[in-house]
Design a protein around this ligand. Structure first.
Ligand code: NAD
Length: 498
């Protein structure tokens, strides 16, 4: 069976732990490869190599570091088809969507190409008599990223793109469910001119994660995954003196005001709810129509769209979404569907038992739709992360605003309306980190910043954009004077500008 190895110091490294994780082909349900799960000692060996490599890399001028980013972008673009197919083969998302996954990551690399400009510090001439003050951003040393299965291209690039551009070296611990693409990206990064040891991929599970969180040489940890693990990573990493940003789960709402363009809103909703089988932290699994008339019309239009949805294998160009990632995840989604029925929601479309001819053992779940979902239901409170759309009916704008604001998750939200004033008020008052106005998946562009609120993010610095640069650097401020001849007497009172 194919084995997926670590990538350390510019080379493939066969794991020696004797522990492995299964990597499935979600289309067929078969195990297609196994991935070595690192021990703490294996992680430590990679960190030592990264620490050595970081010294020379930090001393490389930012323009040269940026050239690696430019070349990496070119190499990935040239291999887009092959890389997207590889991603799909382990994740299950359709190839066109895998290209989007990689492309969104490349957009952060594009941002990182501008790092010489972004890293320019601040300077004040004459802050006092003959005194100049300037500040600079310096890299932290070795940083680490722990990533989820659902964006094996984009999320690793969010992290290592910026961390390495500013002069750190990096340990990437990708999801053990789709680990091959991150290794290919690291290989291409070396091919683009990065010195060996600057980007290392160490596969693993909790053992490797704990080793990262407690390793004295790792200065910062970026995590993306489910909220309970994010909270754990944040508290353990911070207790070990690290900077930590830990993005968690989500339950994003789409609010439909009565004046919305319903046909357009439904098209947007369907893509956002069922695309990638709902396995996106910026999916829209909850729709909140305001008023019974809007709700009834919306439900009919959603049903008509579901009727035309095509679920297929990830390489089928006509398929709109493919299988979910594992049998265990499929089971979890189906359990939530049953829970929704037991809680008294109306199951309008049941995606359980969906079977694709020739791929009967694939991890497919058909599109599912619930109506009459109530805020107190567990299936509303929790993240399902599957192709399940829930309609929660609201009577008023205020009630629709309260639902996402009071929900435990606060990643993204979207409002559909033709009323600019209502949209503006909603965006201003809603207690959620990323807002779309007639935009169903409001993932900010790479030079802005990505991050949710409440249980969707622990720590206070977002991913990418200038916030990402701040996360991976520390600022140093220098106050300098060059006195001529004798200086004044000692000052025992703090100097001020009075
Ligand atoms: P996950 O939490 O199971 O895994 C994420 C990472 O944590 C993986 O690398 C995994 O190996 C590691 N891990 C798993 N169990 C662990 C444990 N007990 N201790 C330490 N580490 C552990 O998440 P997933 O299923 O891979 O990804 C889906 C989740 O990620 C969803 O909740 C989704 O909303 C979330 N997500 C959030 C964002 C965001 O930006 N907020 C983006 C993408 C995905």
């Amino acid at each position: 069976m194919r084995q997926i190895d670590h990538f350390v110091d510019g080379n493939s490294l066969v794991g020696a732990s004797g522990r492995f994780g299964d990597v499935f082909n979600p289309n067929t349900g078969e195990v297609q490869a196994r991935v070595g799960l690192a021990t703490a000692a294996e992680l430590d060996a990679a960190v030592q190599i990264a620490a050595k490599a970081q010294i020379g890399w930090a001393a490389t001028n930012p323009q040269r570091r940026a050239r690696v980013m430019f070349e990496f972008k070119r190499l990935v673009e040239a291999r887009m088809d092959e890389l997207a197919e590889l991603l799909s083969s382990e994740h299950g998302k359709v190839v066109a969507d895998s290209k989007g996954d990689i492309q969104r990551g490349l957009e952060v690399i594009e941002f990182a190409c501008g790092i010489p400009h972004i890293l320019k510090g601040e300077y004040t001439e004459g802050a006092g008599p003959g005194i100049d003050v300037y500040s600079m951003r310096q890299p932290l040393g070795v940083c680490a990223g722990i990533t989820p299965f659902n964006f094996p291209g984009m999320i690793p690039m969010w992290m290592f793109g910026i961390s390495i551009a500013v002069g750190n070296s990096f340990i990437l611990k990708p999801s053990e469910r789709d680990p091959t693409l991150p290794v290919r990206l690291a290989e291409l990064f070396m091919e683009a001119g990065a010195p060996a040891g600057v980007l290392n991929v160490v596969h693993g599970d909790k053992v490797a994660v704990d080793a990262i969180l407690t390793h004295p040489l790792i200065r910062a940890v970026s995590f993306v995954g489910s909220s309970d693990i994010a909270s754990y990573v944040y508290s353990v990493g911070a207790a070990h003196g690290k900077r930590v940003q830990a993005m968690g789960g989500a339950k994003n709402h789409g609010i439909i005001l009565p004046d919305a363009d319903l046909d357009q809103a439904v098209k947007d909703l369907i893509g956002a709810a069922y695309g990638s089988a709902g396995e996106r932290c910026m999916a829209l699994p909850v729709v909140v129509p305001v008023g019974a008339k809007t709700a009834d019309a919306l439900r009919e239009k959603i049903l008509a769209e579901i009727d035309t949805l095509k679920v297929g294998i990830s390489t089928d160009p006509a398929a709109q979404y493919g299988p979910v990632v594992t049998a265990a995840h499929k089971q979890k989604i189906e359990n939530y569907i049953q829970m929704g029925v037991d809680e008294g929601a109306e199951l309008v479309v049941d995606g359980r038992g969906f079977s694709l001819q020739g791929y009967e053992n694939g991890f497919f779940v058909g599109p599912s739709l619930f109506d009459q979902v109530k805020p107190e239901m567990k299936t509303y409170q929790e993240e399902i992360f599957g192709p399940v759309l829930q309609i929660v009916r609201a009577e008023t704008f205020e009630e629709a605003l309260r639902l996402p604001s009071e929900h435990p998750y606060g990643n993204g939200v979207a409002i559909f309306t033709r009323n600019g004033r209502a949209a503006r008020e909603f965006a201003s008052r809603v207690n959620v980190g990323m807002v779309g106005i007639n935009v169903p998946i409001p993932v900010p562009v790479a030079y802005h910043t990505f991050g949710g609120w409440k249980r969707s993010a622990f720590g206070d610095t977002n991913q990418h954009g200038v916030e990402g640069v701040k996360f991976y650097t520390k600022v140093k401020t220098i106050t300098a004077r060059w006195p001529e001849g004798a200086t004044e007497d000692s000052a025992f009172v703090i100097p001020t500008m009075k």
